[in-house]
Write a protein that binds this ligand. Structure first.
Ligand code: ZN
Length: 115
């Protein structure tokens, strides 16, 4: 399952981040996932729960923030959100625009509790 590999890399990134804060307890792991990453949030949560069961990450909340697909117009340099696969620039109508966002898959933040 695609999501299991991602859950593993998320946990790895969160562990590395936690390593920079000795003595802290993880509370929330927040992820930023672009809509182009075509990820199933439920499958990802399920995988995350499965690999963290019985570890110190067991009760840590997993928050998934979805980010929209964004394009940039090379003519007027605005960035706009793509809705219904319409890629033309909403300002000047240029049909050729560039994808600049919506495929991210990264750790947004790790919430910790200092003990
Ligand atoms: Zn434009």
């Amino acid at each position: 399952m695609h999501e299991l590999g991602i859950a593993n890399s998320v946990l790895e990134a969160a562990r590395a981040e936690l390593g920079r804060h000795p003595g802290a307890t993880p509370v929330t792991v927040a992820l930023r996932v672009g809509e182009l990453a075509a990820l199933n949030p439920e499958a990802l949560s399920f995988s995350f729960r499965a690999i963290t069961a019985g570890t110190e990450w067991e009760n840590v909340a997993l928050e998934i923030q979805s980010t929209p697909r964004q394009h940039r117009c090379p003519a007027c340099r605005i960035t706009f959100r793509v809705i219904d696969s319409s890629f033309a620039c909403p300002r000047c109508g240029a049909p050729q625009t560039q994808c600049v966002g919506g495929d991210e898959l990264e750790l947004a933040y790790l919430e910790l509790e200092e003990s």
